[in-house]
Unconditional design. Structure first.
Length: 248
């Protein structure tokens, strides 16, 4: 599986008429494993949504490396997904096949086997017919990772994929992330735990609505950059509509 590069050229994306990411330029290289981190309100989730076309890009350009958003696997923050709908784990995971089958396409034996294999791979064997509302937080994360497996996309975007789960679930899911990277996919994950990022992600985009640093994690994750990110975020909080950031 060959990943694609995702490139930004002077991108401004707005949320509720306020610039949520501002003049972002850089590239998630093809086949790279990158964390996106920064203070609360730094625009991390917005950046992923802009890639998927869910947030309006008011200026600049995002190049998806020849892909369309439909060809990218995107896992939003799980609280954003409604679990009240009465569907099973199997039906949820099968949604990963949608880019191949279409909305009204026939689900054949091959897709059902792919789905069963994915459910087993995330440790949910025996839960295929369980309603998603009955799953624990950890099981829900596993089910959504199974959906990503079924989608089999060259680019994978994960927004807080390990939030509120135990160490064992985190370790199991991180093993999948590393396997995707080893297969050559481009993987981007929004994260908060800097120790976890340092231990597991070779590349880091440190964001504070603007790019603070983008490159090798050990080089980007400096005390100076962390302080700079906090100062930039505070500046945005006091004057969210200002575009004057000379010297930042």
């Amino acid at each position: 599986m060959k990943g694609a590069a995702i490139s930004f050229t002077d991108v401004i994306a707005t949320y509720r008429r306020v610039p949520a990411v501002h003049h972002v330029s850089g590239t998630f290289e093809a086949g790279s494993l990158t964390a996106v981190a920064g203070p609360n309100g730094a625009g991390k989730s917005t950046l992923l949504k802009a890639i998927m076309g869910l947030i309006h890009v008011t200026d600049g350009r995002i190049d998806l490396g020849g892909l369309t958003p439909r060809q990218i696997a995107y896992l939003p923050q799980l609280p954003e997904i409604d679990r009240s709908f009465p569907i099973s784990v199997e039906q949820t995971v099968l949604m990963g096949a949608w880019p191949r089958t279409g909305t009204f396409g026939t689900i054949g034996k091959a897709e059902r086997k792919r789905t069963a294999d994915a459910i087993a791979k995330v440790g949910l064997s025996g839960y295929a017919h369980t309603p998603i509302a009955a799953l624990s937080i950890g099981q829900w994360h596993r089910a959504m990772f199974a959906r990503v497996i079924v989608q089999d996309a060259p680019v994978i975007l994960l927004d807080e994929p390990f939030a509120a789960v135990d160490e064992r679930t985190t370790a199991d899911l991180m093993a999948l992330v590393k396997a995707w990277h080893q297969e050559g996919r481009t993987v981007v994950a929004v994260l908060h735990d800097m120790a976890f990022v340092r231990a597991n992600f070779p590349h880091l985009l440190l964001l504070a609505r603007e790019v603070v640093g983008w490159g090798k994690t050990d080089e980007v994750l400096s005390a100076e950059n962390a302080e700079r990110a906090r100062a930039m975020t505070d500046r945005w909080a006091h004057d969210p509509c200002s575009h004057d950031h000379a010297g930042v």
